[in-house]
Design a protein around this ligand. Structure first.
Ligand SMILES: NC(=O)c1ccc[n+]([C@@H]2O[C@H](COP(=O)([O-])OP(=O)(O)OC[C@H]3O[C@@H](n4cnc5c(N)ncnc54)[C@H](OP(=O)(O)O)[C@@H]3O)[C@@H](O)[C@H]2O)c1
Length: 239
């Protein structure tokens, strides 16, 4: 174990895009593990759109990251020290209590054991078997209750959530139209992921493309972006 813990600390609340100086890389000693706690060495960090919202000084579904605090993030890591009966050294866990750092000491209750699926890489637990996969799965099945024959439009379709949501909807028999930026991403959606159609929002008018691809209207929208794209889809929903 290294005795140095590199951490990204939030120094300024960004205005718009994150700029130099908003985050600072600092080196601190690795903290001691207290009673009921574990020390986790980070193996993977999930960088998600929601990270940016946590930098704002406004209450969301989680409180803002404090200035001077380690930046919050979902991580997957290995337990290197344990003073809890819940975890043994060597266990692999996911947690939101570690953040953008090499090491974190946390209460054992703040970590969840990773159940490894045979034949899948560890990173699957941060994608299709993790938060993004669950967001896509429950969004399609539980929120939208997508049914065979329905036309579903997904924005940010080549992103982490959208790309999985589209594949789940196809398996349920939906007709899936993805919206993504650029010809490569659109080709990936239709050629590799089985989407029925893709709209390149950077090079074509989304509304006109939706009128062409879904002339009878849209049944369902898995919305990942908002703004003009969302309005173009909403205006064509069968409601
Ligand atoms: N990841 C999760 O576990 C999770 C959980 C709950 C909710 N969510 C929410 O789900 C949504 C998607 O998350 P994600 O993790 O899939 O994101 P992601 O993989 O980072 O994909 C984001 C994509 O959004 C598109 N985008 C960004 N700004 C845009 C704009 N102004 N107009 C059009 N497209 C734009 C870009 O697609 P192009 O490259 O195609 O332009 C970008 O690649 C977000 O709203 C996020 O907050 C995510």
């Amino acid at each position: 174990m290294s005795s140095i813990n590199r951490q990204w600390v939030l120094r300024n609340r960004p205005k718009g895009a994150i700029a130099d100086g908003d985050l600072e890389l600092v080196e601190r000693p690795v903290p001691e593990t207290g009673e009921g706690q574990i020390r986790v060495r980070t193996l993977y960090l999930s960088l998600d759109p929601t990270n940016r919202t946590w930098m704002n000084d406004s209450e969301g579904y989680l409180p803002p990251v404090g200035l001077g605090d380690v930046m919050r993030g979902l991580t997957l890591g290995v337990v290197e020290d344990s003073r809890s009966e819940r975890f043994a050294v060597g266990d692999v866990v996911t947690t939101a209590a570690g953040g953008w750092a090499d090491y974190a000491v946390m209460n054992a209750a703040d970590a969840s054991r990773v159940h490894r699926a045979p034949g899948l890489p560890l990173t699957a637990n941060m994608s299709v078997l993790g938060m993004t996969g669950m967001t896509a799965y429950f969004g399609v099945t539980d929120v939208l209750k997508a049914k065979a024959g329905e036309t579903l439009v997904i924005s940010a379709a080549a992103g982490a959530v959208g790309s999985i949501a589209g594949q789940i909807a196809r398996q349920r028999g939906c007709r899936v139209i993805g919206i993504a930026g650029g010809p490569e991403k659109c080709a990936w959606l239709t050629r590799d992921l089985g989407f029925d159609a893709a709209i390149d929002y950077k090079n074509e008018d989304v509304g006109a493309a939706l009128d062409r691809l879904a002339p009878d209207g849209i049944d369902l929208n898995f919305e990942n972006v908002g703004g003009d794209i969302m309005i173009a889809v909403f205006n064509r929903l069968k409601v």
